[in-house]
Design a protein around this ligand. Structure first.
Ligand code: IPM
Ligand code: MN
Length: 458
């Protein structure tokens, strides 16, 4: 960040599919936040994508990471498109960035936003509010392995899981630090040490070791199989959940699903030491089935933008974006089909940007609240009339105020960040975005470690 101007250099990679529709909406909201809160985004856009792979044989240029290195953060849409195998597109763009920039903490808040319907009957926003912290650089996503004797009866493949002491310790500590900043101060570890007998007992060992340094944090751990069941049956048990790369990946789709829609889920790929830029992207993918129709939910992207603002030190603006999202959902603003509405991507982005611009939670969303939660067979389109005075004159800020933001405070807050000088790169388009266990058999409840506090009967 340039201190005098509070200008943040953002590398924007819309990527594929709906990423191209959601990133502009994310930027629109961030620009509105900048105008309101006194910062500018200097955006450089990169067309790295499956299209690029088709025309030039690579998802990104060979010096791609060098081109991104000078930015303060990376804002990514989605990666993947039919015609390019997923393992080629993802390992040609997303994974190299996560690894090359040592973004080892993948942080994914799972919150039932007010006004969103969860598939879990009777659950309220207070009961679904946890964060999945996923190891993001090693574990099951290793590049160690291969195929031998291809095409013969002896053919075999292997892929090695890699759990390093450094890798386990740093992600587990990151999760403990995050838990220590949240009111519940609780951390759950995802394991599978009853079936996977080297790596997972090791993970448990490192978790237990780290726990000694955090006596004030309540801890527990579950095998991944029963943990998925608990996410559905007892989402209120969880505060921060830490897992390996694969376990965290699975939990961070399940978490948003129990919170109502993957379309709203946000994520941050953090390099906590800030040696490299961190990357912010929605949890959803490129969604080829709905891409190009203008119907994708931009909230996951916008919320990811809020996580990015928080990381950039713009906490107030970040909180304002979250309040605007909540206001849209509670006050009858436009919503996309996944949330029971019929509005398009741009209408939702525009409404949230307008709310942020007005500076009060939902002030920009003043509209006739005609949205009704979806009932089977009857979906009613919200009729939105932006600019109509809010009849009740209510302050539409989210009911939980600043608390909504507790989930994304970065645990590491170093001082001024060393940065390599930002440079314009060839082929990059620069724009200034204006704006100022385990015991027991399967099916039985397993608890590996008894938390201090008794739990409700499971
Ligand atoms: C995610 C995605 C990626 C992952 C895929 C697309 C490689 O599912 O970000 O969760 O598994 O990390
Ligand atoms: Mn995933």
């Amino acid at each position: 960040m340039d201190a005098a101007l509070r200008r943040h250099r953002i590398a924007v990679i819309p990527g594929d599919g709906i990423g191209r529709e959601t990133t502009p909406e994310g930027l629109r909201v961030l620009e509105a936040a900048g105008r309101r809160h006194g910062f500018e985004l200097a955006c450089t856009s990169y067309d790295w994508s499956c299209d690029r792979h088709t025309t030039s044989g690579a998802m990104m240029p060979e010096d791609g990471l060098d081109q991104l290195r000078g930015s303060d953060a990376i804002f990514l849409g989605a990666v993947g498109w039919p015609g390019v195998p997923d393992h080629v597109s993802l390992w040609g763009l997303l994974i190299p960035i996560r690894r090359g920039f040592d973004q080892y903490a993948n942080v994914r808040p799972c919150r039932l936003l007010p006004g969103v319907r969860t598939p879990l009957a009777g659950r309220t926003p207070a009961e679904i509010d946890f964060v999945v912290v996923r190891e993001n650089t090693e574990g099951e996503y290793s590049s160690v392995g291969g195929r031998m004797f291809p095409g013969t009866p002896h053919e075999f493949v292997s892929q090695q899981s890699i759990f390093t002491r450094r890798g386990c310790d740093r992600i587990i500590r990151y999760a403990f630090e995050l838990a220590s900043r949240r009111p519940r101060r609780k951390l759950t570890s995802a394991t599978k040490s009853n079936g996977i007998t080297f790596t997972m007992p090791y993970w448990d060992e490192r978790f237990a070791e780290a726990a000694k340094s955090y006596p004030g944090i309540e801890t527990d751990q579950f095998h991944i199989d029963i943990l998925t069941a608990h996410f559905v049956q007892h989402p209120d048990w969880f505060d921060v959940v830490v897992g390996s790369n694969l376990f965290g990946d699975i939990l961070s789709d399940l978490g948003p699903a129990v919170a109502g829609s993957i379309g709203v889920a946000a994520s941050a790929n953090i390099n906590p030491e800030r040696e490299f830029p961190s990357m912010f992207e929605p949890v959803h993918g490129s969604a080829p089935d709905i891409a190009g129709k203008g119907v994708a939910n931009p909230i996951g992207q916008i919320w990811s933008g809020a996580l990015m603002l928080e990381h950039l030190g713009e906490a107030e603006a970040a909180a304002a974006v979250l309040r605007a999202i909540e206001a849209l959902l509670t006050e009858g603003g436009p919503r996309t089909r996944d949330l029971g509405g019929q509005a398009g991507t741009r209408a939702v982005g525009g409404a949230i940007a307008a709310a942020v611009a007005r500076g009060r939670g939902g002030a920009g969303l003043r509209c006739r609240a005609t949205h009704r939660p979806r009932r089977l067979g009857a979906v009613r389109a919200p009729r939105v009339r932006v600019g109509v005075p809010n009849p009740a004159g209510r302050d539409l800020r989210g009911p939980r105020g600043a608390m909504v933001w507790q989930v994304i405070r970065p645990p590491v807050r170093p001082g001024p960040l060393p940065r390599s000088p930002g440079r314009r790169r060839r082929g990059a388009r620069a724009t200034l975005c204006r704006g100022p266990a385990a015991t027991g058999r399967q099916g039985r409840r397993r608890r590996l470690r008894t938390p201090a506090r008794e739990r409700p009967a499971g």
